[in-house]
Design a binder for this molecule. Structure first.
Ligand code: DHE
Length: 516
């Protein structure tokens, strides 16, 4: 500790003459680089660049440096640094980096396979492998592996820092892939209860998608502007796409989804008005025949000339869309822009927009769910800015109902085995109120308030839909197990800031009530 402070003082003194402003770069090199890397692209600790810091800005960022982060390796610096020095480091790490290189070679170099891993021939536990539920505990970067019948914790393994989005399972439910906002992708063997390895597929990543055949894992990256496709078996690189619009403008990839029936990954692009489909089948999915498109001169032209594995098709749209919800046959998608007030429906077969929808208040399409109602398929979508859920008819794209809730919600969940959907309130004075909504009448039938004043969010069901698992999303949090029919609380499992929960069966069968 003492040598570190001495060397820091020297560096600061050398770098900043008396009365000069503290030198944020020198302080960073001295105190932060050992964990976050000299490049600021992350090491043991996350990358410290604007893209990764996200909403951690200004005073909030300075407070994190001063106070550290509870339950992580991040120490408090308020006794080591003066407030103006903390402000200088905060300012330094808030400056953009000039296009860091993170291509095939860098990704390949980051790959680490565990040498203490031996695949088990059969599950090493007696629990039903199809009813395993994973609980992501973001508070201390772990995942708990739950037996879905007894709710016993079978294993608790460390993940990379800041896991985001749903982990993706291989189609047999044996392996799971987890992604962190820093671009690390971790592979874990559920049968063996052991990590297989990890690789850094990007520097700032959004989410991952698994191909239906289990061979490929696509990683959507903000930084660099790429889509990385990994071989799921050994985490080697299969392909890296530089993402640029038709006019050459680079774009961040907001999200990637798999469309099993189409044999493609579908990409939401943040900065260019295009949707991409990338084939993960050898025959190039829908590309072999191309499709007819009306170009800007009103002329019909055949698009989709690329063929074969990883053939890419561009669908031109009127404005960038960064969040999608798909129809069950994956022929249509609803897309929305975080800033926009409307959603659009895009038919992927014909490759164009076919309808628009009123969706004010930041619709969160990624956590929409759909089900059958009065012989029609409907979709429910929460809004991140407003206490409402929009219910839309997926045949004529009309708005059936706006369900008022006590505040803005993040996640919706249901299951074939229950007549209700569960909708959280994530922010505002009513945060923590869980709404139970009848899927046929669209009425709120009950509001649960299990932990007043705390964040209560994200529901997942057991394989049979009989139990609902809800997170108390706090450092001293818990997963509450409810009887999904009576809403009676049965158990609280202590967890460290549990966020999403993912049941193997519901995920691999694309259960209606879950996000895909
Ligand atoms: Fe998420 C899923 C985008 C902020 C927790 N989030 C997703 C998905 C997308 C998305 C596209 C679907 C990916 C998938 O599962 O493959 N999230 C965004 C944003 O654009 C947004 C609003 C801003 C951002 O900074 O990225 C955002 N998300 C958050 C949070 O602040 C949350 C609450 C806390 C966190 O961990 O960052 C959060 N998002 C989640 C979770 C899922 C998710 C737990 C998976 C839900 C599921 O059940 O599948």
């Amino acid at each position: 500790m003492i040598p570190r402070i001495v060397s820091f003082s020297l560096a600061v003194l050398l770098a900043s003459p008396a009365l000069a402003q503290p030198d944020g770069a020198a302080i960073y090199a001295d105190l932060c680089a050992s964990c976050h890397a000299e490049t600021r692209l992350g090491g043991k600790g996350p990358a410290l660049i604007p893209e990764s810091l996200g909403r951690l800005k200004g005073e909030k960022l300075a407070a994190t440096i001063a106070d550290g982060r509870a339950m992580t390796q991040m120490p408090a610096f308020k006794d080591t640094l003066k407030p103006e020095e903390i402000a200088a480091v905060a300012d330094y790490i808030s400056q953009p980096l000039v296009a860091p290189v993170w291509g095939e070679a860098e990704i390949a170099d980051s790959r680490m396979l565990r040498d203490d891993y031996t695949p088990a021939a059969a599950p090493v536990f007696t629990a039903d492998p199809m009813n395993i539920t994973l609980v992501v505990e973001t508070g201390d970067s772990h995942i708990s592996v739950l037996d879905g019948d007894t709710f016993d914790v079978l294993d608790r393994f460390e993940t990379p820092f800041a896991v985001h989005g749903g982990p993706k399972f291989s189609s047999d439910g044996r392996y799971v892939f987890v992604m962190s906002r820093d671009g690390w992708v971790q592979k874990y063997d559920i049968w063996s209860l052991h990590e297989v390895g990890r690789v850094r597929a990007g520097l700032n990543s959004r989410n991952i998608a698994m191909s239906a055949d289990g061979k490929y894992l696509a990683v959507a990256n903000y930084l660099p502007n790429t889509l990385t496709i990994l071989n799921a078996a050994d985490l080697t690189v299969a392909k890296v796409f530089d993402v640029k619009g038709r006019n050459g403008d680079p774009s961040r990839v907001s999200a990637v989804y798999q469309a099993p029936e189409r044999g493609t990954f579908v990409l939401a692009l943040k900065d260019v008005p295009e949707i991409w489909e990338v084939a993960f089948t050898e025959d190039g999915g829908p590309y072999t025949e191309g499709f007819v498109h009306n170009n800007e001169n009103g002329m019909e032209e055949v698009m989709g000339a690329e063929k074969g594995l990883f053939a890419r098709r561009r669908i031109e749209i009127s404005a960038p869309l960064d969040d999608f919800f798909f129809s069950p046959d994956y022929r249509e998608l609803i897309g929305a822009n975080r800033e926009g007030e409307t959603g659009v429906v895009v038919n992927l077969d014909v490759g164009r927009e076919i309808a628009s929808l009123p969706l004010p208040g930041m619709p969160h399409l990624g956590s929409g769910i759909s089900w059958e109602r009065n012989g029609h398929r409907v979709v429910a979508i929460p809004h991140l800015n407003e206490g409402r859920i929009s219910v839309i008819d997926m045949e004529d794209w009309s708005l059936i109902k706006t369900i008022e809730t006590a505040g803005p919600g993040f996640f919706l969940r249901s299951h074939d085995g229950t007549p209700y959907l569960w909708a959280d309130v994530f922010t505002g004075e009513h945060k923590g109120e869980m709404h139970i909504i009848d899927k046929q009448s669209l009425e709120v039938v009950k509001v649960l308030k299990p932990a007043p004043g705390k964040t209560v969010a994200h529901t997942e069901f057991t394989r049979d839909g009989k139990y609902a698992l809800v997170s108390i999303w706090e450092m001293d949090g818990a997963v509450i197990v409810y009887d999904a029919a009576t809403f009676e609380e049965l158990k609280r499992l202590p967890m460290v800031k549990p966020s999403g929960k993912y049941n193997v069966w519901n995920k691999i069968t694309f259960e209606d009530g879950t996000s895909h």
